[in-house]
Design a protein around this ligand. Structure first.
Ligand code: BGC
Length: 419
């Protein structure tokens, strides 16, 4: 190759880079050790494709504050290229006409064949893809410090009765039992699994997906609230902060036996170099072994004006749905890939159990959307749900009967409110 040809090809190469290189700004709230390691995988893939990554981080576990920040930016006419928006909230943005249609890419990459119907439905609006699912988190998990379990000599509890018996023994040996952060979304995370265990699948669906007033205001709900309150004396009260990952850290360090949390907690064990089965145990929440409360993280793509930004955004979506991303990201995040064709060869037993239970629950009807994590109902109903549970735990004078009535009223109010 002579000098002229080299210069020409360099110029062409630079031109094609310049024509497609753009910036992708992504709103997310992945700031804990495991979460940050996971999002770094995506940042690297985007950068490798010649684009620039810009973080739009809104701290707050469970995405508590993210929605308000996103609204502000969209109202200012400056949406990010992409944002973590989940469940029914995807529909809200799509209905307002802000989201980019991703059908062309979906057809090219055969998303319909690779995603289970539940996940594809969540990612679509009126039959068109408007978001990219990065994973499936299971919410009804508990995380257990193995050394404490062995030291006390108790088995992994599979019912709430067994749990309470084990908790008494653990406490008697001087260990704090449950690491729980005092935040409403964490209360709701525990509560929904208790509700599924005590009330069953149909009760859960009617109350939290259909928001059926009569079912919410039922004796079953009172029983659920009573069981929820029975856990409170076992909460560790001296956590360094109330963040969920600080609670996970307490289990990692042997300062508490259990945490009830979705499998993003596993990302923290991973980050700390701990191994499933050896240092910690993962098990479905008592009474929910055949069920799967799902929480799917999806990144929606906003409509953008500049061609460079659009090209970078397409590359982002393309990268998210690649086998490499779905594999490496989920190894760090604690979840399983949204694409069921991605092999779990490199994953641990918790992830394998998660996929097996997902597939079994899909057939049996036990696959249900998490209300605590924005998959089951609107953000307004969820807000009311959070508030009542938090109040219930903070007001010993509020009986389960009274909380049942308040919950029904407040959730009905939330469903009438204009979003
Ligand atoms: C999100 C997870 C996140 C967790 C803690 C959940 O609602 O789906 O991706 O790791 O909150 O912030």
């Amino acid at each position: 190759m002579n000098k002229k040809t080299i210069l020409l090809s360099l110029a062409l190469c630079w031109q094609s880079q310049a024509a497609t290189a753009g910036e992708v700004e992504v709103l997310h709230y992945w700031t804990s050790g495991g979460e940050a390691a996971a999002i770094d995988v995506l940042k690297d893939l985007v950068k490798k494709r010649g684009h620039t990554w810009r973080d739009f981080v809104v701290p707050g576990g469970g995405g508590e504050s993210a929605n308000a920040e996103l609204k502000k930016r969209v109202i200012q006419g400056e949406p990010p290229a992409s944002a973590m928006v989940k469940g029914p909230d995807i529909e809200r943005w799509a209905r307002l006409g802000f989201l980019q249609n991703l059908d062309e890419l979906a057809q090219k990459q055969h998303w319909d064949e690779k995603l289970p119907p539940v996940i594809a439905d969540v990612a679509k609006f009126r039959g068109h893809y408007v978001s990219t699912p990065v994973n499936v988190h299971r919410v009804n998990w508990m995380w257990i410090n193995k050394r404490i379990l062995d030291d006390v000599g108790v088995a992994v509890p599979t019912t709430w009765e067994e749990f309470e018996a084990a908790a008494k023994k653990i406490q008697a040996k001087g260990y704090p039992v449950i690491a729980h952060g005092d935040q409403s979304w964490q209360d709701a995370t525990v509560f929904e699994s208790v509700a599924l265990a005590v009330g069953g699948e149909e009760f859960y669906r009617l109350a939290f997906v259909e928001n059926d007033y009569g079912v919410i205001k039922s004796d079953t709900m009172t029983k659920v609230l009573a069981q929820f309150r029975r856990l409170q004396p076992y909460f560790k009260t001296d956590l360094k902060s109330q963040d969920w990952n600080v609670a996970t850290q307490a289990v990692i360090n042997g300062q508490a036996a259990f945490q009830f949390m979705g499998d993003w907690a596993k990302g923290e064990f991973e980050k700390a170099g701990q191994k499933a089965g050896k240092d910690f145990v993962c098990a479905p929440m008592p009474g929910t072994s055949n069920q799967f409360l799902y929480n799917i993280d999806t990144l929606v793509m906003f409509q953008l004006k500049s061609a460079d930004a659009q090209a970078a955004q397409q590359d982002l979506a393309d990268a998210i749905m690649s086998e490499t991303f779905q594999n490496v990201f989920n190894l760090k995040k604690g979840s399983i890939p949204a694409r069921m064709d991605v092999s779990l060869d490199q994953f641990d037993d918790c992830a394998r159990l998660s996929r097996a239970d997902f597939l079994a629950a899909e057939k049996s009807g036990g696959l249900l959307p998490s209300i605590a994590h924005g998959m089951a109902t609107t953000a307004r109903v969820q807000e009311e749900f959070y508030a009542v549970l938090h109040e219930f735990l903070h007001d010993p004078g509020m009986s389960p009967e009274k909380a049942t009535v308040t919950l029904a009223k407040r959730m009905r109010y939330g469903s009438y409110a204009i979003n």
